[in-house]
Write a protein that binds this ligand. Structure first.
Ligand code: FMN
Ligand code: SF4
Length: 678
């Protein structure tokens, strides 16, 4: 038996967990009609197959109708959920993992215009900034009803075969009761800590009475809100002890911080560029103070840190949640002594930011996550070995190379630059976004293991490709910044890439016109502002940088608000003209009727890329399919069979930004879904 601390079993009450790694509750927003159907089950099962000890499904499954889903949560208040849960728990158990579910009432952390349009409730009228609802202050009948709802939902989960239930307290109704900042009730449920915690204990008592003792109950709660006047560390330790002493629960899942604002949430669940494992020591303090089973997750992305968390006795079970979205087979690879093969979570937070915009959680560089029914995490060998030539070693080209090589093909990659990475290499120029380079590094090391041949500093042309006698050619040449967006004066502007790459020195008084709304605009702004320059970011959109999304915006705002940066929304840069050593920018609006001017010494445009597609069009003539892709075949996951040119000698495809400017996930998805069927 291994002596790896991570691989030691753990006994939680009657439950034996096969190792120390868990996936903590998270709602990937895959439910259909509020139920965990096939997609949900396949996602959960993949992690169980990968070896995790305990998978906690369903972040925040709703127990009541007045806790309507804000990110497509499961509806635990419906009886029809039981058979769906049963199918999932049976499948997970067969793989040897334990499975629990998180139940919640969101309280004020939702919206009244969802679900059944019921008023949002909380123990005060204070609004939560993130979800914007002004809550109804709860009455006694609300309290009684919601306690019953928790017990009913717990009973459903037990009937569905779950090993246990975790209460999601932090930021949700239970902690809204616990915190003096959000509880303004009088009488038995408000005032003293004892009164404020009464709701939590009443919920646990009602659940325990319903599910009996042979069922795990736990709580995920904040033991330090990090807010003036809120639950502080001393209160948190007291809360932890009271939870333990209640005899009602089996473990604590420790959170530090508050989630009522985007900034607060991002400190609780840090993203790339922020410190790793920032709350691990704190969780260790709670474990030491309570001597009670303690779980914790917060940016523990790598096995070494997880191993330390267990070996140092900080926690009993360590959460690697986003890490499992990037690679569901972490435990299997640890057991097989292949840690270097683990696809690293780069903290891009594309997964979490998407769900707050109503999307499904997808991992920026594992396109199979959440698509387990159609996309493989493990690539199958092809029957026939082919020669595959790929042009471009950005994320799309490298993913295509990795997948084609896993298929067993002979793969050759040409890249014009002296390094792989394409736009990612540029992105990683920002210190805060440095982790992005692992998207490239991991693929390079996989490709090298698989014997892919690379030709860097090689501007591939048709002859060079023909000399390889390819069966398949994939053009992944990406794009170049598109700055020709003005009616006059395009020659006066530079691109956001010019700034980020360092090719162009920042001006002293700069207008950034950003209608792509992605990272590059804000990265350029940060580079320029750091030199002490005056910066204005202007966009015709209703909000700036919409593609960056909520949690990713936090570090930018923390940086840019300290500098002299102005944000101007709903205005469009129309033209530019030279005036001495200055540039006059003419500004209008899509709403019409306004004309403004700015006098600056530099205009930076962030408007995405235009495809670098000359080689593709050159190669079309010699191809069998003339570049055609059958979308039906692509979507249904079968090989491409278009034959449009009998004289052609190879199949030709184009992926990523060489087709149209999109993002890293789209580029990698393009590559995976094409190459897996070559
Ligand atoms: C897509 C997504 C949804 C999440 N939803 C929940 C949730 O509903 N409840 C919860 O307690 N935590 C939720 N989390 C937080 C995770 O459980 C975990 O605490 C967080 O991702 C930090 O751990 P990690 O760095 O290992 O990912 C969510 C995380 C992700 C990525
Ligand atoms: S999107 Fe980023 S943070 Fe989320 S799982 Fe993937 S790599 Fe990790």
């Amino acid at each position: 038996m291994s002596n790896d601390p991570l691989l030691q079993p753990y006994t939680l009450k009657h439950l034996t967990l096969r190792n120390r790694i868990i996936v903590t509750s998270h709602e990937p927003a895959y439910p259909e009609d509020g139920m965990p159907k096939e997609r949900y089950r396949a996602y959960t099962l993949e992690r169980a197959r990968g070896g995790v000890a305990l998978t906690m499904t369903a972040g925040s499954a709703a127990v009541s109708k007045d806790s309507p889903p804000v990110f497509n949560n499961l509806l635990a208040y419906k009886d029809e959920i039981v058979p769906w849960i049963r199918e999932m728990t049976d499948a997970v158990h067969e793989e040897g993992a334990a499975i629990m579910i998180q139940l919640t009432h969101l309280g004020r952390r939702t919206r009244w215009d969802k679900g059944d349009w019921l008023p949002v409730v909380a123990p005060s009228h204070h609004r939560e900034a993130s979800h914007r609802s002004f809550p109804k202050k709860m009455e006694d009948w609300d309290i009684g009803r919601i306690i019953r709802d928790f017990a009913d939902a717990a009973e459903r989960m037990k009937a569905g075969g779950m090993d246990g239930v975790e209460l999601e307290a932090y930021g949700h109704l239970i902690d809204q009761f616990n915190s003096p900042l959000t509880n303004e009730l009088d009488g038995p449920y408000g005032g003293s800590l004892e009164n404020r915690m009464r709701f939590c204990f009443d919920v646990f008592k009602a659940m325990r009475a319903r599910v009996g003792d042979d069922f795990i109950l736990g709580v995920r709660y904040t033991a330090d809100e990090c807010l003036p006047g809120g639950t502080g560390k001393a209160d948190g330790i007291e809360i932890s002890r009271r939870l333990r002493d209640s005899g009602l629960i089996d473990y604590l899942n420790v959170i530090r911080g508050h989630i009522d604002t985007d900034a607060g949430l991002t400190d609780v669940i840090p993203i790339q560029g922020m410190a790793n494992s920032p709350h691990l020591d704190f969780a260790g303090e709670i474990r030491a103070a309570t001597q009670f089973p303690t779980f914790h997750a917060a940016k523990i992305p790598d096995v070494a840190t997880a191993r330390h968390a267990i070996a140092a006795g900080k926690v009993d079970m360590v959460g690697m949640t986003r890490a499992h979205m990037t690679d569901p087979h972490i435990v299997r690879k640890i057991i097989e002594k292949r840690e270097e093969d683990i696809r690293p979570c780069v903290g891009a937070n594309y997964c979490l930011d998407r769900i707050y915009q109503g999307g499904m959680a997808f991992c920026i560089h594992n396109a199979a996550t959440g698509r387990e029914q159609t996309m493989p995490h493990t690539i199958a060998k092809a029957d026939i070995r082919k020669k595959v030539v790929i042009v471009g070693a950005g994320p799309a080209g490298l993913e295509a190379a990795r997948v084609a090589a896993e298929r067993g093909h002979a793969v050759v990659v040409f890249e014009a630059a002296n390094n792989p990475g394409g736009q990612i290499r540029l992105t990683a120029q920002s210190e805060r976004r440095r982790e992005m380079i692992s998207i490239i590094d991991w693929r390079m090391s996989q490709c090298e293991k698989l014997g892919v041949t690379f030709h860097f500093n090689n501007w591939a042309d048709a002859d060079m490709i023909a000399a390889e006698e390819p069966d398949v050619v994939i053009i992944a040449t990406g794009g170049l910044p598109h700055t020709e967006v003005l009616s006059k004066g395009n020659e006066l502007v530079v691109s956001s890439w010019d700034i980020i790459s360092g090719d162009v020195k920042p001006g002293t008084n700069v207008l950034i016109f950003d209608d792509a709304g992605d990272h590059a605009g804000l990265q350029a702004a940060e580079f320029i502002a750091k030199t002490g320059a005056k910066v204005e970011i202007m966009t015709p959109d209703r909000s700036f940088a919409p593609e960056v999304m909520a949690m990713n915006l936090v570090p930018y705002m923390r940086s840019l608000q300290k500098f002299d940066v102005t944000f101007t929304v709903t205005y469009r840069l129309q033209s530019a003209e030279k005036s001495g050593n200055q540039i006059i920018a003419h500004v209008g609006s899509d709403y019409g009727g306004v004309e403004k001017q700015r006098t600056v010494d530099q205009i930076v445009i962030n408007h995405g890329t235009i495809p670098l597609d000359d080689l593709y069009f050159e190669m079309r003539l010699g191809s069998r399919n003339l570049g055609e892709v059958s979308y039906d075949q692509l979507i249904s996951g079968v090989p491409q069979t278009a034959e449009r040119n009998p004289a052609g000698t190879y199949q030709l495809f184009r992926i990523g930004d060489a087709v149209a400017a999109r993002n890293t996930h789209a580029a990698i998805y393009d590559a995976l879904r094409l190459a897996k069927d070559i």
